[in-house]
Design a protein around this ligand. Structure first.
Ligand code: MN
Length: 476
């Protein structure tokens, strides 16, 4: 099966060009054995998510014909950090730097009169019939759209915002939306105060760079689609929505056009979220759908709540933002990592070249203030790999003493989705696991066998067919 007809450097470790289209990325995954294809008839309720989650982090999964639908579903597109680097055309270690560059030098999009995303138009909307909407986790309230890039415009300036919200199927032409007090919400409030609905278009099935750019921690009125252009190395082509001024990626698979209704709320949730718990049921905002457009033979993308794709999509852009902000104050900060066990949000590892005693504690204080989600910060020396949790644990085990190296901040703002907080208020901890600068030279020197990392085993080991040691052993 071929999606776009481009098979390009599937196994190469040298980075190639950034991937410009979703179908190109699917071809790449398939050609390199990273795309599992399900049999027809997989149930949209739980079974699809169960298969995708079993393969999470190893393979993406394509469901060509889920039960009751002819529209294929894809999941797990970017469930490995190395895949993200590959899709952006950079080496693994350059992923954060590439993202930082794109945020620093965004590229304006280019408008076209028409695009594939509008090849087919529906005005009479029954979402569950039109789209294969899965139910993911056991206690989810029902079907959700989880990989929809919601694009809205500042009602006063027209500047666009892009982000992913969880979208519950409320009725055949209505979606419930969880809006946290961020950018979509501020545009919505402007519209609601003027007594208007806020036009939005939800885009499903985009290229990896556009998907990743939607998760950038950017200021208000920073159009994330311009980050997508910079990541791709060429402007993103957009078209105007049919029912509003919202501009959307021209090559997306599916677009759902509608309005977040002024003054309207309906119950939404529960829904399985990134901390591996359910977000609660509460009255939330509502989107009235006015049109659905898509490519001929479109592909629907779903992100399983709490799986690697969900965690990493949020985690990588955060790491890039945190690294940039820490490095501004502390040039000795070399790398950061939001660990998988800390749900790519709560646990931050910082690799730091300490030059002054006490500096690591200042790094801890800056990191705890950098994003409210960060709960525990671990600062380690440059000989510790922050991408390996066992390395960080080793540093805490051997370079940390609780009486002098622990920072505790009570009653700080944390994540409302962390069930151990009191409505989002909780305790922050910082672990200074750097070695003291004045310690005797040998005390914190790691043991090492010279050559263990650099020798070439192929030249030094026998292969199975070579001379047998048993023949020679024991002769005297
Ligand atoms: Mn934004």
């Amino acid at each position: 099966m071929t999606f776009a007809g481009t098979l390009d450097r599937p196994d190469s470790r040298e980075p190639g060009a950034p991937v410009a289209e979703l179908r190109e990325w699917l071809d790449r995954l398939e050609a390199s054995g990273r795309l599992a294809i399900a049999k027809p008839g997989v149930s949209l309720e739980f079974e699809l998510a169960a298969i995708a989650k079993r393969l999470d982090g190893h393979k993406a999964t394509l469901f060509p014909k889920p039960l009751g639908h002819s529209m294929p579903v894809i999941s797990g597109l970017l469930s490995d950090r190395r895949w993200m680097a590959e899709a952006l055309g950079v080496r693994d270690g350059d992923l954060l730097r590439r993202f930082q560059e794109a945020v620093a030098r965004p590229m304006p999009w280019q408008e076209q009169p028409s695009g594939p995303v509008q090849e087919v138009v529906h005005r009479d909307i029954d979402l569950a019939k039109l789209l294969p909407l899965p139910v993911h986790n056991e206690r989810d309230s029902g079907p959700y759209i989880t990989a929809g890039l919601l694009i809205a415009r500042n009602p006063q300036t027209g500047i666009q915002n892009v982000t992913i919200h969880r979208l519950q199927l409320n009725a055949k032409d209505r979606l419930g939306i969880l809006m946290l007090p961020r950018h979509t919400m501020s545009y919505y409030r402007m519209a609601e105060e003027a007594g208007h609905d806020l036009p939005v278009t939800i885009v499903i099935g985009v290229d990896p760079a556009t998907l990743l750019s939607s998760q950038a921690i950017a200021p208000l009125d920073f159009d994330e689609l311009t980050i997508a252009g910079a990541l791709r190395g060429r402007p993103l082509e957009v078209v105007r929505s049919l029912t509003s001024e919202v501009r959307i990626p021209a090559n997306a698979e599916i677009a759902i056009e509608g309005r977040i209704l002024a003054g309207r709320r309906e119950p939404e949730g529960p829904f399985g979220e990134f901390p591996q718990y359910y977000g609660e049921r509460a009255d939330q905002h509502v989107i009235q759908i006015d049109a659905v457009t898509h490519r001929r033979r479109p592909i629907f993308h779903t992100i399983v709540g709490g799986a690697n794709e969900h965690l990493l999509l949020g985690g990588i852009p955060r790491e890039a933002t945190l690294l940039a902000s820490l490095q501004r104050a502390f040039p000795g900060v070399r790398d950061v990592h939001l660990s998988r066990g800390g749900v790519c949000r709560y646990h931050l590892y910082v690799q730091f070249d300490k030059r002054q005693e006490g500096e690591a504690k200042n790094v801890i204080m800056a990191a705890l203030g950098a994003h409210y989600d960060i709960k525990h910060v671990y600062v380690v020396d440059c000989d510790v790999d922050v991408h390996d949790p066992a390395e960080v644990e080793w540093a805490v085990a051997t370079r940390f003493q609780g009486d002098r190296d622990l920072v505790v901040v009570n009653d700080a703002q944390g994540s409302k989705l962390d069930p151990s907080t009191r409505a989002g208020v909780g305790t922050k901890l910082g672990f200074d696991a750097t070695a003291p600068l004045d310690a005797p030279e040998m005390r914190f020197t790691r043991i090492r066998v010279p050559g263990e990392d650099s020798l070439d085993l192929d030249t030094l080991l026998q292969s199975p067919g070579d001379a047998h040691w048993r023949v020679e052993a024991g002769n005297d």
